[in-house]
Design a protein around this ligand. Structure first.
Ligand SMILES: Cc1cc2nc3c(=O)[nH]c(=O)nc-3n(C[C@H](O)[C@H](O)[C@H](O)COP(=O)(O)O)c2cc1C
Length: 183
């Protein structure tokens, strides 16, 4: 698939089939992410590939966050857990912290480029993904169970990766409404 087709075909996938990826697909996506541009060659991105044990633990954290002290019905609990457990892979993307606000902004932009590279690589391999910045990404328990030191790195996204169960259509505003030309 050429790059234009991948850009146009990439969609945020919300529901996944619980099947494994073909060998090499995730590695290719991570290599693509690592090819992203970064100003001053800071290489601010880090990737934590979450395995079955941390995924299970994250699913339980997600249930606690969603239940907020209430007792949820069993089906609701299973639905929350499955959302975490169904995608074939979970890649947690972090950004190395930096005290300089301008540099930090540029580093975040670079990390966003890395995530997009990853998504496009996956799309070209027929695999879906979703960049999520939900509450779980800011949860202290999530940092601990993933072994991420919050003084050094900030979680900027959970990237869900897997075979799409459904591919949503997204209506975009007309190109003319977002492009201006000046003489
Ligand atoms: C920085 C960022 C954070 C996002 N966080 C979430 C999220 O927490 N939950 C979610 O469902 N989608 C999230 N998305 C995906 C967007 O909702 C999605 O890109 C948008 O609906 C457009 O769909 P498309 O990606 O298929 O074009 C995020 C996207 C970006 C760029």
């Amino acid at each position: 698939m050429d790059v234009h087709a991948a850009i146009h075909e990439r969609r945020t996938i919300h529901s996944y089939r619980p099947e494994a990826l073909q060998p090499g697909v995730l590695e290719r996506a991570l290599e693509s992410a690592h090819q992203a541009p970064c100003h001053k060659l800071t290489f601010p991105w880090r990737f934590v590939v979450s395995g079955p044990r941390s995924r299970e633990a994250l699913a339980n954290v997600a249930v606690s966050l969603k239940s907020a002290g209430r007792t949820l019905p069993a089906e609701k609990i299973t639905a929350i857990q499955n959302k975490i457990l169904d995608p074939a892979e979970l890649v947690v993307v972090t950004q190395i912290r930096c005290d300089d606000a301008f540099r930090s902004r540029e580093d975040y932009a670079a990390c966003a480029c890395a995530i997009q590279n990853m998504s496009l690589s996956l799309t070209s391999d027929g695999v879906g993904s979703k960049w999520s910045t939900g509450g779980l990404t800011r949860d202290r328990g999530a940092y601990d169970l993933l072994g991420i030191d919050s003084a050094v790195e900030e979680i900027i996204g959970f990237i869900w990766v897997g075979l799409p169960a459904e591919t949503p259509a997204v209506k975009r505003p007309a190109l003319d409404s977002v492009v201006r030309r000046v003489e």
